[in-house]
Design a protein around this ligand. Sequence first.
Ligand SMILES: [Zn+2]
Ligand SMILES: [Zn+2]
Length: 199
Amino acid sequence: MSRTSEDACFRNFTEEVVERTMASVFAADASLCSCKRCQNDIRALALNALTPQYYVSERSRMLARMIEAPSETETAESVNAAVRRVKAIPRHSDAADSEAALINYSEEMVWRVIHDVVTERKDICSCPQCLTDTAAITLNDMRPRYHSTLKGRSYSKLDELDQKFYAECWVTVFHALTKVSTQPHHNREKSDQTGTETL
Ligand SMILES: [Zn+2]
Ligand SMILES: [Zn+2]
């Protein structure tokens, strides 16, 4: 299953806002440790405190920009709070700091659930466009779970996530799929009309 259609982008706009804010915070404070681990810890803490704003195309990115959610002030507050926490208890002693990565477990889980749902429900359109729209809608409805981690550990950590989270994702994905199937963005002329009665 392809995650996105060829021309589509799939990103959380809030990440861009946090990145901008972090750049100015780091430029203004030379005492801040700029190692990858500390930076990712700050990113994760700030992003988990802010509303996610996933977009799937240049057009929806523009809309996210216009909405400007979260606001510059809200972002600055979250980044500064994250900076204070990381400064107080830095985790950069690990020898594998250069392997530090940032992952949103909600994103990983949502794709896993989408995969499971479309495998089971053959009546649902599983084109990249519909699935990407579904993932974005679901993730904008969920609490983000960013973690600063070391590469290679992300999937084993994901396996530890409890059934409750999986079930919660399933419900949200199902709502999003219903929404997308009522008003799909894919080109309906190209789809097999006999199989699109529920769309
Ligand atoms: Zn550091
Ligand atoms: Zn579709």
